[in-house]
Design a protein around this ligand. Structure first.
Ligand code: PRP
Length: 185
């Protein structure tokens, strides 16, 4: 069972559900009458996005992007490759980027510049998890679910080697799963 590889449950599904409902209510209030586009980045964010939009009661659209990092050597530049672009123009639209986790902030830093160039009316950020300890690029988060410590978390969309995305809670991966020598990034 996938649960056996979890060392500790950091956020229960009930805690997540409550917080997602609060975020949804806040977004509904702030974007009432603005027909926002919620843009998520595959793959980790889809679980959060799916729950968040169902906690919102205003008309909205969703769009999905997929990006890949150029690799360790260029990581500090935050250069990412767009594998899947937006399906519709966002010029003049109110855009909220929905992310599962902000870690170094490099992915989002690049993405924000990319999206800003497309001329949205506004550009906000909603993330479920904020891990500020590892931040390399400053990011202003408008809607934050939880601030978490610098531990390797899995579940509710987040993976280790593509596994564990289907855990209904956020957990800490047992070090024996990845070998105690090197914590995964
Ligand atoms: C995660 C997450 C963010 C990024 C955050 O995606 O969804 O996009 O990492 O990291 P950063 O702040 O250090 O840039 P990941 O690359 O693990 O892909 P996945 O969503 O497909 O698992």
């Amino acid at each position: 069972m996938i649960h056996d590889d979890v060392e500790e449950v950091l956020l229960t599904d009930a805690q997540i559900r409550t917080r997602v409902a609060e975020l949804g209510a806040q977004l509904s209030q702030d974007f009432d009458g603005r027909d926002p586009v919620l843009v998520s980045v595959l793959k980790g964010s889809i679980i959060f996005l799916a729950d968040l939009v169902r906690a919102m009661e205003i008309p909205l659209s969703v769009d999905l992007m997929e990006v890949s990092s150029y690799g360790a050597s260029t990581e500090s530049s935050g250069q990412v490759r767009i594998l899947k672009d937006l399906s519709r123009p966002i010029e003049g639209r109110h855009v909220v980027v929905v992310e599962d986790i902000i870690d170094t902030g490099l992915t989002l830093n690049y993405l924000l510049r990319y999206l800003r160039d497309k001329g949205p009316a506004s550009l906000g950020i909603c993330c479920l998890l904020d891990k500020p300890a590892r931040r390399l690029a400053p990011i202003e988060i408008d809607y934050r679910g939880f601030t978490i410590p610098d531990r390797f978390v899995i579940g509710y969309g987040l993976d280790y080697d593509e596994r564990y995305r289907n855990l209904p809670y956020i957990g800490v991966l047992r070090p024996s799963v990845y070998g105690a020598s090197a914590a995964p990034e």
